[in-house]
Design a protein around this ligand. Structure first.
Ligand SMILES: NC(=O)c1ccc[n+]([C@@H]2O[C@H](COP(=O)([O-])OP(=O)(O)OC[C@H]3O[C@@H](n4cnc5c(N)ncnc54)[C@H](O)[C@@H]3O)[C@@H](O)[C@H]2O)c1
Length: 388
C-alpha cells in the first residue's frame, strides 16, 4: 500500500496523540512539522521522529510531497491554517472546535467543498466501539422513539485560580471556554448517538473563577502552575461552567451541563438516551460499558465484546473482550476512518456515502449550536433557535 505523507501543525497536548493514533495504521508517515517557531519544531521533530521541521505552517504547506495535514493549534489559528491548507490542496484534519464562530466554520466548509479535499474534524468520542453500538441500537429502533437526551461533560483542571490556558483568552479560545471546548464534544456525541439534530437551546453560563494568575512564560496544556511562576492577573470573560436545555428535530427534549471547575471530574463525558421503549447510557470514563435500561425486565450492562455487538460496528473493536480499550483506541478508530477514505482515493463529493468520519459540515453544525448557546445566555437565557 502506498504510504500517505502527513504534516502536523501544532504539537502540544493533542498533536502527538494524532500522530500516535495515525501511526498505528501502518500506512501514514509523518514527514513534516510546524509549531510556533523553528526551534520548537526542530525539538519536536527530533522527539517524534519527523524528518522535516519547518519555520512556520506556510512553509510546511508549500511542500508538494505532503498529502494531508493535521491542525492541532489553539482554536484561533484553525481558520487561517485550514484555509491556507485547503488552498494548497492538502487533505485537512482539524481538531475541534472547527472555528471560533459558525460564520468562520461555514467559510472553511465551503472552501473545502470547492477544492474537493478530504476534510475532517476530530470529534473522537464517536469512535468508541460502544458509542458506535449505541448509535446502531438507536438507528435500529431498539429504544423506540427518542424522547430525552441528557448528560454532562465535567472536568476539574481549571478549578484553581493558578490554572491557566489559552482556552480562557477570548481572542485565542473563543468567547466561550467550557461550551466551545467540551460542550461541542457533548453535542456531537449526543447527536451522533441519537441520530438527531439540536434545533433550540436555552442556556445559563457562568464564570466561577473570575480572576486568574496568567503565567508570564509558556506552560504545557493541562499542567498546573501552583502559582510559583511569574504571573499577571487575568480577568476571565469566558465561561467555565454552564447548563443548557436543548430540543431536537424530532421534538425530543434534552439537557446537559459542562464544567471545567468540578473537583474530582477528570474527563467525565456522559450521554444518556431515553426512548419510548428502553434507555442507554455511555460514560467516557468507563468506555467499555454500555448501560441498557428497561421498564419491563432487568437492566443490563453490555461489556465491549465484538461477538455481542452489532455486526456493522464490530470493526471498531480493537481487542478481545476484557482487554480494556479507551480514549487512544477511539482516536485510532477515527484516524482509520479518515485515512482509509484518503487511501482509497475517494472524493468527498462523489463518494459521500462512504464517509464515516465527522466532516467540516459536522464542525460547522457544532459551531452553530455553540453560537446559539452563547446567544441564549447573552439574551437572559431565552430559548434560541440554532441557525444552520
Ligand atoms: N479532540 C480532543 O479531544 C481534543 C483534546 C485536546 C485538545 N483539542 C483541540 O486541539 C487543539 C490544540 O489543543 P492542545 O490542547 O493540544 O493545545 P496546546 O496548547 O497543548 O498545543 C498547541 C500547539 O500549537 C502550537 N502553535 C501555537 N501557535 C502556532 C502557530 N502559529 N503555528 C503552528 N503551531 C502553533 C504550539 O506550539 C503547540 O504546539 C485545540 O483546538 C483544542 O480544542 C482536542
Amino acid at each position: 500500500m502506498k504510504k500517505i505523507r502527513a504534516g502536523i501543525i501544532g504539537a502540544g497536548f493533542v498533536g502527538p496523540l494524532h500522530m500516535e493514533a495515525a501511526r498505528r495504521l501502518g500506512y501514514v508517515d509523518f514527514v513534516g512539522i510546524a509549531t510556533s517557531n523553528l526551534a520548537s519544531a526542530q525539538q519536536k521533530a527530533e522527539r517524534y521522529g519527523i524528518s522535516m521541521a519547518f519555520e512556520n505552517y506556510a512553509q510546511l504547506l508549500e511542500d508538494p510531497t505532503i498529502d494531508a495535514v493535521h491542525i492541532c493549534t489553539p482554536n484561533h489559528l484553525h481558520y487561517p491554517v485550514v484555509m491556507a491548507a485547503i488552498d494548497a490542496g492538502k487533505h485537512v484534519i482539524c481538531d475541534k472546535p472547527l472555528a471560533l464562530s459558525a460564520a468562520e466554520a461555514r467559510e472553511m466548509r465551503d472552501a473545502a467543498k470547492r477544492k474537493g479535499v478530504v476534510n475532517a474534524v476530530t470529534f473522537n468520542y464517536r469512535f468508541n466501539a460502544l458509542v458506535q453500538q449505541a448509535h446502531a441500537l438507536v438507528a435500529k429502533g431498539e429504544l423506540g422513539k427518542v424522547q430525552f437526551v441528557h448528560g454532562c461533560y465535567l472536568q476539574d483542571w481549571l478549578l484553581f485560580e493558578t490554572d491557566f490556558s489559552w482556552r480562557l483568552e477570548a481572542d485565542k479560545g473563543g468567547v466561550t471556554s467550557s461550551v466551545g471546548d467540551i460542550g461541542s464534544h457533548w453535542c456531537d456525541t449526543a447527536q451522533f448517538i441519537s441520530g438527531l439534530q439540536i434545533t433550540r437551546v436555552l442556556s445559563s453560563l457562568s464564570t466561577m473563577v473570575q480572576v486568574r494568575k496568567k503565567p508570564k512564560g509558556s506552560r504545557e496544556a493541562f499542567a498546573s502552575g501552583e502559582g510559583k511562576e511569574e504571573h499577571e492577573e487575568f480577568l476571565v470573560t469566558s465561561d467555565d461552567l454552564g447548563s443548557v436545555l436543548v430540543e431536537f428535530d424530532n421534538g425530543a427534549k434534552g439537557a446537559f451541563s459542562v464544567g471545567q471547575v468540578c473537583p474530582g471530574h477528570k474527563n467525565d463525558l456522559q450521554v444518556e438516551v431515553n426512548g419510548s421503549r428502553s434507555s442507554l447510557k455511555w460514560v467516557q470514563e468507563r468506555p467499555d460499558e454500555l448501560w441498557l435500561g428497561y421498564r419491563d425486565r432487568a437492566n443490563a450492562t453490555l461489556l465491549r465484546d465484538a461477538s455481542l455487538m452489532d455486526e456493522a460496528v464490530r470493526g471498531y473493536v480493537n481487542l478481545p473482550g476484557g482487554h480494556g480499550e479507551g480514549w487512544a483506541d477511539a482516536f485510532k478508530n477515527l484516524m482509520s476512518s479518515i485515512y482509509s477514505f484518503i487511501a482509497a482515493g475517494y472524493s468527498p463529493s462523489s463518494d459521500a456515502d462512504k464517509i464515516t468520519f465527522p466532516t467540516f459540515e459536522d464542525g460547522y453544525r457544532a459551531n452553530c449550536v455553540v453560537d446559539a448557546i452563547v446567544r441564549s445566555n447573552q439574551n437572559r437565557s431565552m430559548w434560541t433557535t440554532v441557525e444552520y
